[in-house]
Design a protein around this ligand. Structure first.
Ligand SMILES: [Zn+2]
Ligand SMILES: [Zn+2]
Length: 184
């Protein structure tokens, strides 16, 4: 399908596409008034959610300045970047990458999500100390912080997870309460 590969000053900023049913547009808008003036650059479009509903999607919306060089390459591509908003953005567990509809519960932190299944794995790691899949205990020496509450040792007793996906024992307790409350 047709996609737009967009570059600003030689740097690729997005590969935008709307699949087989939608509208894709690239727009530069100059807005002037007595107080100020600015030029905005936008790559966006409309995608069809179902027969009745169209949704606006957007890849780029930023100010551009005098001298900026914008290149739009029309390309054939099977894949394109996920827009910043819109239906193709879905919530998923940061730990196992399962999507919201694949798990029975997905709990949101400030930047992370954890699903009910990973809550069980994490609490198992907290109580037993042994790794479950790629989830393991963080050493206090690495000075990790919980991705959900931001707390560090010794404020929290244990932190488990991997890489940037970390959760403390307190947050796991809260998650378990949320899951149990919903099951009642
Ligand atoms: Zn998960
Ligand atoms: Zn926490």
């Amino acid at each position: 399908m047709i996609c737009f590969e967009v570059y600003i000053n030689g740097q690729k900023v997005c590969l935008a596409g709307v699949g087989d049913d939608g509208v894709l547009s690239v727009m530069a808008t100059f807005i002037a008034s007595s107080e100020s003036q600015r030029t905005d650059f936008r790559v966006g479009g409309l995608i069809k959610v179902d027969a009745e509903i169209q949704q606006q999607v957007e890849w780029i919306d930023r100010e551009v300045n005098v001298g900026d060089d914008i290149t739009i390459k029309i390309v054939e591509s099977e894949n394109y970047d996920t827009p910043m908003n819109g239906r193709t953005q879905y919530l998923q567990c940061s730990f196992c990458r399962k999507k919201q509809e694949e798990v029975s519960k997905l709990i949101a932190g400030s930047n992370n999500y954890i699903c009910n299944e990973c809550v069980v794995s994490c609490s198992q790691v907290i109580t037993e100390g042994a790794n479950v899949g790629n989830i393991s205990l963080f050493e206090a020496e690495t000075n990790p912080s919980c991705s959900f509450c931001g707390k560090q040792f010794p404020e929290v007793e244990k932190i488990v997870g991997f890489e940037e996906n970390r959760i403390c024992n307190d947050c796991i307790d809260i998650c378990q309460e949320i899951i149990n409350a919903d099951n009642d």
